[in-house]
Design a protein around this ligand. Structure first.
Ligand code: ATP
Ligand code: MG
Length: 417
């Protein structure tokens, strides 16, 4: 029996991978306009890193991590997200010593043991960005504007940006108590998970998808009404800067995010097109994260987007590539000439195909059709003798004779033949 892949772990095949490459290239291009540099972090980390940063009472740490003990008896985890690793690297390499401001992005696979379904997998991919060292709300607006810019560059009108504030250690405890008080009478309606974390993480009930939790939290107090003066001011200024540059957003007071490290601004890019997999990107400010993993007290903000979900939003668009030229060769002498020209043209930077086995003209033209090349060149015995051959523009239909040397063919193709 043939061995299959593991459930929730996907192959990304040619035909689909071009879309991924386009998403990645767009992210690099846009993020670099905002001064970000790439950082590459390992896939395996000490389990403790995620417990300490993401939080013990979160879905990720409680039930989704791929953790194991390695041959050296070390507890390790395949990263479920990137922020903790990026901040671990930032602290470990003392990047803050030279300049606390680091602007970083990463891309790569993440691992969570979840129930696989459309838009939710066990190995999935994130592109994320992090900016450390600035507490000012200009950076919140900058990060949100960059994320919006990225989706605009992809030509997507969905997803749309929702923002909220989760306050800070100064104002959140009072809000938690107010929320717990509100939920106390309705605790029976909460799902088992939210019942269990009523004490440890009551805010999660606000964005829990279960019907009971949604009903129980109707009319619940809002964090925004409980922000301290500083957090309130930060939220107002973030909004002002977003409006200044025309970044559209709406406020979602129920958005609490699933990770413990968030403070103040939190946000999601949401779509209505992927069912309950509605968050395409998500993030927020994490002013206490760097110190919680043993670094200095330095603020930060960032997000991660799910590449599979972005790819699903781009499902209708065609990213397939076409070669520049297909060379058809007729006969034993023309075939090596086609091979020679192909190689010379590839060195000049053109994508060229031939039929490796030199089959009949009909089967070669079928291949040319399949490749959908922009030009075709047909070489037979007569053409070899003349030293010229017809170059056909497959889009415009026009045809000219070209000399059988790479430079002439390239000139004819770029000259709009
Ligand atoms: P969800 O509510 O959908 O579980 P999340 O809050 O767990 O998302 P984050 O941890 O904030 O998500 O991760 C950021 C982004 O990564 C998500 O918005 C989503 O696009 C993507 N993502 C998260 N988990 C998965 C998964 N299992 N499969 C595919 N993409 C995922
Ligand atoms: Mg999740």
């Amino acid at each position: 029996m043939a061995i299959t892949g593991i459930k929730g772990f996907n192959d990304i095949l040619p035909g689909e991978v071009e879309k991924w490459q386009h998403i990645e290239a767009t992210a690099r291009r846009v993020f670099e306009l905002y001064g970000l540099s790439e950082i590459r972090i390992p896939i395996l980390e000490k389990t403790e890193l995620f417990c300490r940063s993401i939080g013990d009472a979160t879905d990720i740490v409680e039930k989704e991590m791929y953790s194991f003990v390695d041959k050296g008896e070390n507890k390790v985890t395949m990263r479920p997200e990137g922020t903790a690793s990026v901040m671990r690297a930032y602290v470990e390499h003392k990047m803050h010593a030279l300049d606390p401001v680091a602007r970083l992005y990463y891309m790569g696979p993440m691992f969570r043991y979840e129930r696989p379904q459309k838009g939710r997998y066990r190995q999935f991919h994130q592109i994320g960005a992090e900016i450390t060292g600035v507490a000012a709300p200009t950076v919140d607006a900058q990060v949100l504007t960059m994320l919006t810019h990225f989706f605009q560059e992809l030509g997507l009108t969905e997803p749309s940006l929702q923002i909220n504030s989760l306050g800070c250690p100064c104002c959140r405890p009072a809000y938690r108590e107010a929320l717990k008080k509100f939920l106390l009478d309705r605790i029976d309606k909460l799902c088992d998970d939210c019942k269990r974390r009523y004490d440890t993480n009551p805010l999660r009930a606000l964005d829990c998808k279960s019907a009971g939790c949604q009903e129980a939290t109707q009319g619940a107090p809002s964090m925004l009404d409980h922000l301290c003066a500083e957090c309130g001011d930060h939220f107002d200024k973030t909004r002002k800067y977003l409006e200044l540059v025309g970044t559209p957003y709406s406020i979602n007071q129920r958005m609490v995010r699933g990770l413990d490290y968030y403070t103040r601004t939190t946000f999601e890019m949401v779509t209505t097109m992927l069912g309950s997999q509605s968050a395409v990107a998500a993030g927020g400010r994490y002013d206490g994260l760097i110190s919680s993993i043993g670094g200095p007290q330095i603020p930060g903000i960032g997000f991660a987007m799910g590449v599979e979900r972005v790819a699903l939003l781009l499902a209708e668009k065609d990213f397939s590539r076409r070669p520049d030229l297909f060379i058809a060769a007729l006969g034993d002498e023309a075939h090596p000439e086609a091979f020679r020209l192909m190689s010379a043209l590839q060195r000049l930077g053109l994508a060229v195909e031939i039929d490796y086995e030199g089959k009949s003209l009909k089967s070669q033209m079928r291949r040319a059709d399949k490749f959908n090349s922009r030009f075709t060149l047909i070489i037979g015995g007569d053409e070899l003798a003349r030293g010229t051959a017809p170059l056909k523009n497959m889009d415009g239909g026009s045809q000219i004779d070209v000399n059988l040397d790479a430079a002439s063919i390239q000139a004819a193709m770029t000259g709009g033949a």
